[in-house]
Design a protein around this ligand. Sequence first.
Ligand code: IPD
Ligand code: CA
Length: 264
Amino acid sequence: MTVDLPIAVQLQELAVDIAREAGALARERRAAGVALAATKTTLADIVTEADREVEALIRSRLDAERPGDGFLGEESEAAQSSTGITWVVDPIDGTVNYAYGIPSYNVSIAAVQGEVDEALAAAVYAPALDELFTAARGGGAWLGDQRLAVTAENPAGALLATGFGYDPATHDGDLATVRRVMPLARDLRRMGAAALDLAYVAAGRLDGYFERGLAPWDFAAGGLLVREAGGVVSRVDTASDRPMIIAAGPALHERLSEVLHKEI
Ligand code: IPD
Ligand code: CA
């Protein structure tokens, strides 16, 4: 007798499968040399041929396996869902790292029902590091077969990460935010890939993460990882259409929120 797996686990298995395949393609293309395809919102906001090719691969695999599901990806047109499930995809998160040959880039895939903050399943795969972070709602967050948990508060202060958007006009505001947050920090990292920042909070490699100006594909999968690892992820609306995301263990999240909500 076959037993139906819960839908979140089925979606997680598919996300993992596709993320591994997509990651292998990104790694292969990186080894062959990166071709810049275009700049997007600003000169610093780049897309490579590989971003597009990897998204096309993910999309065609999803179309074949789950016709009718919606699609929201960074590099192609969105498609409405007729099943209630939408896939939120960043084919290469950390494109600037990818272009420079820094291994902190990843394929980020989430299956979402309703709001983007309500992912059912997630896979964040960093092919150059061969690290796969996964979660299914209610089933915990995992790095391979190791269950993940966010950190507890530490009297030495928090190891935090953040990011700066591609628009130079926002940098002054971001730096002012960093100044406000530093009293809570033991140190600050800027690694260049939002989904990995979130995965690292889930894994306890970082205590907390905040960034203004994120798009859904930057945080849909990583957000589920943090929640399933016992953390809190909140979205703070900003003057632009892209929110600030704050992610940390519950106590630190509260302290970060007190500082960051005043900044918006
Ligand atoms: C970017 C990275 C970066 C973050 C930017 C994102 P991309 O995604 O996640 O760390 O600071 O806000 O747009 O462009 O490399 O997919
Ligand atoms: Ca991207």
